[in-house]
Write a protein that binds this ligand. Structure first.
Ligand code: COA
Length: 164
């Protein structure tokens, strides 16, 4: 059995933010490999297509050697098993995240006991971010470059101007 420590970092990433990136960077120094996992989440209506979101994540992580990007549809624990990952990486930003994360971590553990959820806290300057707030700021012409990469900021601008 391989002793490589592989973690998956799941989310909708619509779009990836500096808060997500902060968690990925912290995780990349703790695990041998991080697979950023784009969930095809049926309950959300994303602004960006799957391909656009993957392109933005790939660009954001291009300088981190042990990080790859994949998409998946279905149960997270099934995908983790396929990838031989034994850790699900999640960010905890505030108390408000706790209940939902607690429920997901325990349910995932119930579904597959070998999987452990590891929570990391992003730098405090990113604790109040989420993708919806960033889309709102961009929609009304605010500057989002402190919260997303320059590439994502440019994609947001184009998308919201209807040029993409
Ligand atoms: N920095 C900034 N924003 C962050 C963040 C961070 N570190 N971490 C999370 N967020 C934001 C996200 O962008 C998202 O914003 P939005 O709601 O405005 O789009 C919000 O916080 C919630 O993110 P998250 O909790 O990661 O939800 P998600 O929808 O991105 O991902 C899955 C949830 C994919 C992990 C979950 O639905 C899943 O596992 N699905 C697979 C099916 C399955 O196995 N279900 C059973 C699970 S028990």
């Amino acid at each position: 059995m391989s002793s490589e420590k592989i973690a998956i970092y799941p989310g909708t990433f619509d779009p990836i933010t500096r808060g997500h990136l902060d968690i990925i960077e912290r995780g990349s120094s703790l695990f041998d490999r991080i697979i950023v996992t784009l969930a095809i989440n049926q309950s959300k209506e994303p602004l960006f297509t799957l391909e656009e979101r993957i392109e933005m994540i790939r660009d954001a992580v291009k300088n981190i050697k042990n990080v790859t990007v994949e998409k998946f549809d279905g149960l997270l624990v099934t995908f983790a098993a396929q990838k031989k990952a034994n850790v699900i990486l999640r960010g905890l930003r505030a108390i408000s995240d706790f209940e939902y994360e607690f429920q997901m971590a325990l349910m995932n553990q119930h579904l597959e006991n070998k999987i452990t959820t590891v929570f990391l806290m992003p730098n405090e300057k990113y604790t109040y971010l989420n993708s919806t707030i960033i889309k709102d700021i961009a929609k009304f012409g605010g500057n989002v470059e402190r919260f997303v990469t320059a590439f994502v900021a440019q994609k947001l601008k184009k998308k919201l101007e209807g040029k993409m």
